[in-house]
Design a protein around this ligand. Structure first.
Ligand code: ATP
Ligand code: MG
Length: 424
């Protein structure tokens, strides 16, 4: 127990954290280019926020939340997703009084759901996400989809399926749900236990059920019941996506798990050996800010599972190469040389050269071997002989060549050869 991480959690070890950093860098770059700024909200919120925001009838709130009472007897929940916290912050900080739209993003944001752990499904996972408040036109729906695609493509994951749908507004959805219930009513006895519960409180979700949905292919589609406003919005979205050259499929089965969605919903899906895997899901939530007590403000966003992105990169063989740990490794012999080596390493680091030296008092031969294992491009030797002559012996590990450089010039010499190498 003591040395075992809790079920459904994962460590990111030093040898693989560059994978996360590279995805985070792509996300940050894509967002910054489009006028998004980062938001960081607390890891936990008042439970009520998710009950109201995500919705009492959803699977997430009913079954998956990590909820506990703190020592002050407040009900606290570890955030299961990023949107409700962002909307709470938007209201609390009166961001609605600033010029709108308010465009924000988050990177590798932890989310917690008590789910059955399996491939691509963790209890603590991480999302990259975007939220936009105060932009009603479907152009922003198309923008965030384009940005999600750009992030995924920037991470080497092109060639994904984009599925879009509209789940309408509360007005047209109410009429649709009547039609859906009428369709489902005679079938109710044959539905799975979860769907029988969903029939009253969240029948839309039945269309998304892995067990029942395949038998419900002739269910009425929300798209056929949209009001003029929602239909117009959906048509505009399709026009914008066409204009941007983003291909999509319309999938009336995409209903999304969270209650706050209105109009546009979408998923970006990849096909894996174990079936389709959703890497990114999002949609419009025009009622959320008002539901949480803020002024009526529309919104839209997406969440992208970082662990799933890494899985897809691995499956496709497009993982980035690990960056070299060191450009230069300094080998020393004797106390005096180690002292000089410490100074040299500091100079190298200040010059922007990734450098280190032996901290384990190993033999020169063992230090060279270690430098080789660490893939250092240059090995710099400082022993009695070099100290006396005031030089450093520099070995280019790729070329196998050696030269002596004046001790005082060593850091700038390495800096320049690395820079030239990078420029080639
Ligand atoms: P699913 O249908 O796979 O359960 P969801 O609809 O619950 O997904 P969202 O709430 O939309 O997922 O979350 C957005 C993204 O976060 C998902 O597309 C997925 O990439 C990722 N995600 C969701 N739940 C998990 C989880 N338990 N473990 C890992 N990643 C997850
Ligand atoms: Mg889920």
């Amino acid at each position: 127990m003591l040395t075992q991480a809790p079920k459904g959690t994962q460590d990111v070890l030093p040898s693989s954290s560059y994978r996360w950093q590279s995805i985070e860098a792509v996300m940050r770059r894509v967002c910054a280019m489009a006028g998004y700024r980062e938001i960081r909200t607390p890891m936990f919120e008042h439970t009520e926020l998710f009950q109201r925001g995500v919705g009492d009838s959803t699977d997430v709130v009913q079954k998956e939340m990590y909820t506990f009472n703190d020592k002050g007897n407040r009900s606290i929940t570890l955030k299961p997703e990023g949107t409700a916290g962002a909307a709470r912050a938007f209201i609390e900080a009166h961001l609605f009084a600033d010029p709108l739209p308010c465009k924000m993003y988050y990177v590798s944001c932890p989310a917690f759901r008590y789910e059955k752990p399996q491939s691509g499904r963790l209890r603590q996972f991480h999302q990259n996400g975007i939220e936009v408040f105060g932009a009603a036109d479907a152009s922003v729906d198309a923008e965030i989809i384009a940005l999600a695609m750009d992030v995924l493509r920037g991470c080497g994951i092109g060639d994904l399926r984009l599925a879009i749908n509209s789940i309408g507004c509360p007005h047209c959805r109410a009429l649709y749900l009547e039609k859906l219930r009428a369709y489902l009513q005679p079938k109710i006895g044959g539905l799975c236990e979860t769907c029988r519960e969903r029939f009253e409180r969240n029948p839309l979700r039945i269309l998304d059920c892995k067990i029942d949905a395949p038998a419900l292919t002739d269910a009425p589609a929300m798209l056929d019941s949209l009001c003029d406003d929602c239909r117009g919005h959906f048509e505009k979205l399709k026009g914008y996506l066409d204009a941007l050259g983003i291909s999509y499929e319309i999938d009336p089965r995409i209903v999304r798990g969270l209650d706050y969605y209105t109009k546009t919903v979408f998923e970006i899906i990849t096909d894996t050996e174990n079936g389709p895997l959703t890497v990114c899901g999002g949609g419009r939530y025009d009622g959320l800010v008002e539901e949480l007590g803020g002024p009526a403000t529309c919104g839209i966003g997406f969440g992208m599972g970082v662990e799933r992105m890494i899985m897809v990169q691995d499956a496709r063989g497009v993982a980035p190469k690990a960056p070299a740990l060191y450009d230069a490794f300094v080998c020393t012999m004797g106390d005096e040389a180690r002292l000089e080596g410490m100074k040299l390493v500091r100079e190298l680091r200040e010059a922007g050269v990734k450098a280190d030296l032996d901290h384990a008092a190993r033999s020169l031969k063992a230090q060279f071997k270690y430098a080789g294992k660490m893939d250092a491009k240059f090995v710099l030797t400082l022993a009695g002989n070099e100290l006396e002559k005031g030089v450093v012996r520099v070995k280019d590990m790729d070329a196998g060549t050696e030269c002596e450089i004046a001790r005082a010039d060593a850091a700038s010499y390495i800096k320049n050869v690395i820079k030239d190498g990078a420029a080639q």
